[in-house]
Design a binder for this molecule. Structure first.
Ligand code: FCA
Length: 326
C-alpha cells in the first residue's frame, strides 16, 4: 500500500506538472478592429480565462490580410500553440488555415466565420458566432414596436439599411431585421441601402448621410446595421441634417461601451436600443475552449451560436448584469 505521504507527494508533483504546463501554454487572440469596444471586451474576458488557467494570452490587432499573416507567423515564432481570430476579411479563409497549419497552430474563429473559394463556410474550423438572423429579427421587432408606440404611419417612415454585404453575418443581421419589419407592415420600397466601406462609425456616417440627403422628404427614420457602430453612424448622420431624436429610431447590435455611452447621455438620442451580445462568451469561452484543446486535447465544438438580449436606455444596466457583463 502506498503511504499517505507518497500519495500526497505524487499529487503535489502532478499539480506542479500541470501548473508548469499551463505556464507553457500561449494562446493568440487576433482581432480585426482593436479600437472597437466589442473587441476590447472580448480581450478583457479572454484575459480572465488566461488568469484562471495560468496560460499566456497574446493580443494582436490585425486590420488587413498582410497583418494577419505576420500575426500568425509571429505567434508561431514565439511558441504559441493556438489562436482565436476575428478576421478583417472572411475570404482570407484558406490562406489563414494554411498559415496556421504551417506554424503548427490550432485555429478557432470568433464572430466572423471563414469562407472558402466557393463562398461556403469552412466547417472544419471551430467557430463561435452570434445567431445573426435571430438577433436581426429582434432588432426589427423592437423598431417596429417603437414605430407603433410613437404612432407613426408606416408610409411616412424610411429605413437606413447600413450594409456591409461582403460579410455573411452582416447580411444575415440586416436580413433578419428586414424580415421582422416587413412582417410588421414596413414598406419594402422605403428601405434604402447605405453601404459602408468599413465597419466603423465614420464609414456608416458617410453612407447614411448620402441616403438622408437623397431622401430629404421622408418624415421619420429608422436605422439598423451590422453593429452599434453602424447604427451610431446613421444616428450621427441624422443629427447632422437636423433630424430630431423623436424622429429617429436606431437599434444596434453589440451593447459595448459605444452603445452604453449613448444611453448615459442626459437626453435620449436617436439611438433607441441595442441587442446586447456576450463578449464574455466570445472572449472567455473561446479562450477556454482553445486552452482545453491544447492542454487536454479536447477539441471545441465546430459551431457555437450565441444569443442576444434587447436593451434600451431605461434597462441596459439590468440586462448587462443578467448577462454577467457589467
Ligand atoms: C462582427 C462585427 C463586430 C461584432 C461581432 C460580433 O465582427 O464587425 O462589430 O458585432 O461581429
Amino acid at each position: 500500500m502506498r503511504s499517505l505521504k507518497a500519495i500526497v507527494m505524487a499529487s503535489a508533483i502532478a499539480l506542479t506538472a500541470s501548473a508548469a504546463f499551463a505556464a507553457d501554454v500561449k494562446i493568440g487572440f487576433v482581432v480585426k478592429q482593436a479600437e472597437e469596444p466589442w473587441f476590447q471586451d472580448e480581450w478583457k474576458f479572454a484575459e480572465q480565462a488566461a488568469k484562471e488557467k495560468g496560460f499566456t494570452l497574446v493580443k494582436i490587432g490585425a486590420e488587413d490580410g498582410e497583418k494577419v499573416q505576420s500575426a500568425i507567423d509571429n505567434l508561431g515564432a514565439q511558441g504559441a500553440q493556438g489562436f482565436i481570430i476575428c478576421v478583417p476579411d472572411v475570404k482570407l479563409g484558406p490562406g489563414i488555415v494554411a498559415k496556421a497549419t504551417a506554424n503548427d497552430l490550432k485555429l478557432m474563429t470568433v464572430d466572423d466565420r471563414l469562407v472558402g473559394a466557393d463562398g461556403k463556410p469552412l466547417e472544419d474550423v471551430p467557430h463561435m458566432g452570434i445567431s445573426a438572423l435571430k438577433i436581426g429579427e429582434t432588432v426589427g421587432q423592437s423598431i417596429a414596436a417603437e414605430i407603433k408606440k410613437r404612432g407613426w404611419d408606416m408610409k411616412d417612415v424610411g429605413a437606413i439599411r447600413v450594409s456591409y454585404d461582403q460579410l455573411p453575418t452582416a447580411v444575415d443581421r440586416v436580413e433578419g431585421a428586414i424580415t421582422a419589419l416587413k412582417a410588421a407592415g414596413f414598406l419594402a420600397e422605403n428601405i434604402y441601402d447605405a453601404p459602408q466601406a468599413k465597419t466603423d462609425t465614420e464609414a456608416a456616417l458617410n453612407a447614411a448621410t448620402t441616403v438622408l440627403n437623397k431622401h430629404s422628404n421622408v418624415k421619420h427614420w429608422i436605422a439598423f446595421g451590422l453593429n452599434d457602430e453602424a447604427v451610431l453612424g446613421a444616428v450621427r448622420a441624422s443629427e447632422s441634417v437636423g433630424i430630431s431624436a423623436d424622429n429617429m429610431i436606431g437599434v444596434g447590435i453589440g451593447g459595448a461601451e459605444s452603445a452604453i455611452n449613448e444611453f448615459k447621455k442626459p437626453s435620449a438620442t436617436g439611438f433607441y436600443g441595442t441587442v446586447i451580445i456576450s463578449p464574455k462568451r466570445h472572449g472567455y469561452e473561446t479562450a477556454l475552449n482553445m486552452y482545453e484543446w491544447i492542454a487536454n486535447n479536447k477539441e471545441p465544438e465546430k459551431l457555437i451560436l450565441t444569443s442576444g438580449s434587447l436593451a434600451v436606455r431605461g434597462d441596459y444596466e439590468k440586462v448587462r448584469a443578467g448577462l454577467g457583463i457589467e
